[in-house]
Design a protein around this ligand. Structure first.
Ligand code: UDP
Length: 246
């Protein structure tokens, strides 16, 4: 399926489904340079409208997928024609499963100490033979960005899944992603928490209705402050969409 880049209130989004996204990633891996992949949710549209550095990074990304229900709702309201969804957590899991056959070398970077390693163990149980070549937590001094990238490069990954939260992960990839030697760096938010079992995914019926954020808000008290901060962006997002649709 061909895809086009669609402007969602300033944020560019590629209307790609999972198999198209995986096909593109395979192409990136076969190339010579680092490609940044962004998985865009509703909060990101608001962040991009307030943070010009972040917006420039998203515009320069090799691929921006639509993470979920918020973007699809905005697309319907604004008649933008986005039909596909490819969330960070689903894309990351598919990449891990593809690595069994394709041999892609994957690095898990981010989340609290111990979580990335636990996520790797869980994925190795779920997808025997998957190729996770290293893990590292996401808590480090701001001045250590380049040395963390060099540490990751030592494992020679093809793909780095960067789970530092929005917009930190996109900014880190833009600054240091090329120092990892990987061909693909993807910002995946809370994915490693989900993989590790530290955070449960919402029941499927809630995922289908776009209520995963609500489930996580109520089920993960450790991240409550972070989540509440993020949920404050949602009314702004709704306001932006309704204003633009008038
Ligand atoms: N995180 C991290 N380093 C930081 C800040 C956050 O590794 O300096 C991790 C955090 O532990 C969590 C993830 O980043 O695993 C953020 O998850 P969230 O679902 O909040 O991401 P977002 O919704 O912003 O994509």
């Amino acid at each position: 399926m061909a895809s086009e880049r669609i402007d969602v209130l300033g944020l560019p989004v590629d209307d790609v489904d999972m198999s198209t996204a995986i096909g593109r990633i395979a192409g990136f891996i076969a190339s010579k340079s680092m490609h940044q992949v962004v998985t865009a949710d509703a909060s990101m549209v608001v962040t991009a409208s307030m943070d010009s550095e972040f917006l420039a990074i998203a515009k320069a990304a090799a691929m921006v997928t639509s993470d979920g229900a918020g973007i699809l709702w905005a697309s319907r309201k604004l008649g933008l024609g986005i039909r596909n969804k490819c969330s960070g957590v689903d894309l990351a899991e598919r990449i891990v499963s593809e690595s069994v056959q394709r041999g892609w070398r994957i690095f898990f970077f981010g989340a609290a100490p111990g979580v990335a390693a636990l996520a790797a163990t869980e994925m190795q149980n779920r997808y025997p033979g998957c190729n996770i070549v290293g893990t590292r937590d996401g808590y480090f001094d701001a001045s250590a960005g380049a040395s963390v990238a060099a540490e990751i490069a030592g494992c020679q990954p093809d793909i780095v899944l960067v789970a530092l939260g929005i917009p930190k992960q996109e900014k880190w990839i833009s600054m240091y992603g090329n120092l990892t030697g990987a061909k693909v760096c993807i910002g995946v938010g809370g994915t490693l928490d989900v993989f590790s079992g530290t955070v449960q995914r919402a029941p499927v019926w809630m995922q289908k209705r776009g209520l995963e954020w609500f489930y996580r808000l109520t089920s993960d008290p450790r991240q409550l402050r972070n989540r509440i901060q993020k949920q404050k962006l949602l009314p702004k997002f709704v306001g932006m969409v309704l204003k633009a649709s008038r």
